[in-house]
Design a protein around this ligand. Structure first.
Ligand SMILES: Cc1cc2nc3c(=O)[nH]c(=O)nc-3n(C[C@H](O)[C@H](O)[C@H](O)COP(=O)(O)OP(=O)(O)OC[C@H]3O[C@@H](n4cnc5c(N)ncnc54)[C@H](O)[C@@H]3O)c2cc1C
Length: 348
């Protein structure tokens, strides 16, 4: 089977690996303008702190991701997948109470360490209500991940670094620039909004900014979290973020974004630091916070793999596996992720 993957972010990369595993002949096309997977902090956090709930499908997504990323490391001969302890600084008494209640529940206990006296009195200047440690968290060094996978595809002669031109596509026969494919898979991230075949989908563009800071005195044994994440990446460097600006595909870092992150960081630490880098990206989000996967209702050889939102690194390995299984073996796509839920928008 011959497949063209449009987009080489985390969605396109995971798709390509799944297709290769299944024995497909794959070509990948990417315009080297990545503004999401490359900008992301790459944190995989099984909890949603805002509501102190579990992430969607976490018990399936995490084990699958944790089997696939090490395999990709082996294939690409690069280390980019790192286990991580995330320490949440509770924002209130109520949050600490939520943790205490949930840590003993069956579904939560796999992801929450039981609170200890040490956690409650952890020696951080901003520890007012205690802290809790997340289990089974990790992070992907996104720069290395992107570089290693692109190098790998390039070395196999599979990567075309150019713009995919939708005007040159015959969507019925799946012919692009004279080559016929069995499927063309669109993993275009925020630019999926400009794909004429899938423009009916409610893809949103949600800008986010992130800082890289350097400090010799900020605590660097764990990732700290309150109002923002503080991710130690080695050599006294940390990623801090992020911000949310809805409905824009502007990728310019702003002074306002920088100030917001700096203000949020104060709720974790007041240690001195210098800003080394300031980047902005755009997440491909969906109003119902679920991905958008599936074949086009009228052009079944056109397939979309988008809407990974704020947690692409956790979602992509399993969801892309499920999508490839669907295309090759006819298995069902998870109902909540299937684009059939938006078919009513097609002619509206
Ligand atoms: C500031 C910030 C922080 C984040 N932090 C995290 C985090 O900690 N953990 C996490 O899991 N997620 C995080 N995310 C979200 C994560 O980045 C996304 O979920 C994920 O990267 C989406 O991946 P994607 O492959 O769908 O899109 P993208 O990474 O945007 O990839 C799409 C690719 O398609 C290419 N493309 C598009 N159109 C064309 C065309 N016509 N021709 C050729 N190429 C094309 C683009 O250039 C791009 O390379 C963060 C995002 C931001 C912005």
């Amino acid at each position: 089977m011959k497949v063209l993957v449009v987009g080489c972010g985390v969605a396109g990369i995971c798709l390509t690996h799944e297709l290769l595993r299944a024995g497909c002949e794959v070509q990948v096309i990417d315009n080297n303008k990545n503004v999401s997977s490359a900008v992301a902090a790459g944190i995989i956090n099984p909890l949603v702190f805002r509501r102190m709930t579990l992430s969607w499908r976490v018990s399936e997504l995490i084990p699958f991701a944790y089997s696939r990323y090490p395999e990709m490391e082996q294939l690409t001969n690069t280390s980019f997948f790192h286990p991580l302890v995330i320490r949440r600084l509770f924002a209130s008494e109520q949050e600490a109470e939520f943790w205490k209640k949930k840590q003993v529940q069956d579904d939560y206990s796999a992801y929450m360490e039981l609170l200890t006296e040490e956690d409650l009195h952890f020696p951080l200047e901003q520890n007012t209500f205690g802290t809790g440690r997340v289990k089974q968290a990790s992070y992907i060094d996104t720069d290395s991940f992107m570089r290693a996978n692109k190098d790998y595809f390039r070395s196999k002669g599979m990567l075309s670094e150019s713009i995919f031109d939708h005007d040159e596509l015959d969507p019925v026969q799946a012919v692009y620039k004279g080559i016929t494919y069995d499927y063309i898979l669109f993993a275009e991230g925020k630019d999926g909004k400009y794909n004429p075949f899938f423009a009916y989908l409610p893809l949103q563009q949600t800008k986010g900014e992130v800082l890289t800071i350097q400090s010799a005195t900020i605590y660097s044994q764990e990732s700290l979290n309150r109002k923002c994440f503080l991710l130690p990446t080695g050599d006294n460097l940390f990623k801090v973020g992020s911000t949310y600006t809805w409905n824009t595909d502007d990728t310019v870092p702003t002074e306002e974004g920088k100030q917001t992150i700096a203000a949020n960081l104060k709720s974790i630490t007041s240690e001195p630091y210098t800003i080394v880098e300031h980047r902005a990206g755009v997440r491909p989000t969906v109003p119902d916070r679920r991905p958008m996967l599936g074949r086009h209702p009228e052009f079944p050889k056109m397939v979309v793999a988008n809407g990974l939102g704020t947690k692409g690194y956790m979602l992509a390995p399993l969801l892309m596996h499920e999508l490839v299984n669907h295309l090759l073996n006819g298995t069902e796509i998870d109902e909540e992720s299937h684009i059939s839920r938006f078919e009513y928008l097609m002619n509206s």
